[in-house]
Design a protein around this ligand. Structure first.
Ligand code: AMP
Ligand code: MG
Length: 313
């Protein structure tokens, strides 16, 4: 894949939006860092984000939208959200709110959580792209996993050239820090410090924010184990079926459900959460899972499957 470098001109923005519409990945500037954007409603597009970044885990992504009105289509809004959004959107503030059941977003975006991280970015190029695309864009930072977040298009190209469809060059990002994340699904809590200072948030709220404790389930991805566990026990690397088990297959096997009959890891990632939920409704005594190659997206898939198979607390 040759990564196309686009300008911030209206015709190039339309081109970038058309690529997003086709499920392709487009990096774009926000006021924090360059984001790696994909259609948040499209499982394959979101799977490609994890693939391009070579992320070893499916952690939840921030969804970018053009306005408060659009955000309200995806999350259950509340007075505190309204207060913070009025004060700081568009801007480097991400709100975590309960996901609306009718949101229609990919389960990979939220890592199957019942909450969604969402924000309205302020950067004019990000806003132009979101307006032209007219949909929710999932966008983690546009760098390979474990590398420094990019603040120029050249950084994006250095890290992801050949792995994404396009990058919109909108110059250098001016905040250069990630967005501040505030959780509002329970007590307002600072989940990640970032471009918007805590003091500004507390002034707008008129009250101190709770800080995330080290025992919070999301502070360490390894502690999210139980959330991913289906009702029936899960057995990995299964090459046979034991009595009462049903098979979640991968590749050319006879199975109750198959993550990807053709053995495509991107497709398997896109199907993972749906298929785990669906397997859960089959009332099997156990769920056996075919071996998944442990490279590329297979690493993140196996990470999730190991959590699903882990002994229950
Ligand atoms: P990044 O997109 O790489 O800047 O990272 C997104 C950050 O948002 C990660 O630290 C996630 O853990 C956090 N995040 C995304 N969704 C949620 C959520 N539903 N609840 C809590 N934190 C979230
Ligand atoms: Mg990042």
């Amino acid at each position: 894949m040759k990564t196309e470098i686009l300008t911030a001109d209206a015709s190039d923005i339309d081109r970038a939006a058309a690529r997003l519409n086709r499920g392709e990945l487009v990096a774009f500037p926000t006021e924090t860092v360059y984001g790696l954007g994909g259609d948040a409603r499209d499982d394959m597009a979101v799977a490609r984000i994890f693939e391009a970044k070579a992320r070893p885990q499916f952690n939840p992504l921030i969804v970018h939208v053009d306005s408060v009105q659009t955000a309200q289509r995806y999350v259950q809004w509340c007075d505190t959200a309204d207060r913070l959004a009025s004060a700081f959107w568009p801007g480097p503030l991400t709100l975590v709110l309960p996901l609306r059941p009718d949101a229609g977003l990919s389960a990979l975006v939220t890592a199957d959580l019942p909450t969604l991280a969402i924000r309205v970015p302020a950067h004019p190029v990000a806003r132009a792209l979101l307006t032209a695309f007219d949909g929710p864009v999932a966008a983690p930072s546009a760098n390979p996993s474990g590398k420094i977040s990019p603040t120029t298009a050249a950084h994006v190209i250095a890290g992801l050239s050949g792995r994404i469809a396009a990058v919109v060059d909108g110059g250098a990002c001016n905040v250069g820090l990630e967005s501040t994340i505030v959780g509002l699904s329970e007590t307002p809590t600072l989940l990640r410090p970032g471009g918007l200072p805590l003091e500004a948030l507390e002034a707008a709220l008129g009250a101190p924010l709770a800080l995330r404790g080290s025992d919070d389930p999301l502070s360490a991805p390894g502690q999210m184990t139980s959330h991913y566990a289906p009702g029936a026990p899960v057995r990995l690397n299964a090459t046979d079926l034991r009595p009462g088990e049903k098979l979640l297959g991968f590749g050319k096997v006879e199975a109750a459900m198959n993550l990807s009959p053709s053995g495509d890891l991107t497709e398997a990632a896109a199907n993972l959460f749906h298929h785990l939920h669906a397997m859960d409704t089959l009332n099997a005594k156990g769920i056996a899972v075919s071996p998944i190659p442990d490279h590329g997206l297979g690493r993140a898939i196996n990470d999730r499957l190991r959590r699903a198979a882990a002994p229950r607390p």
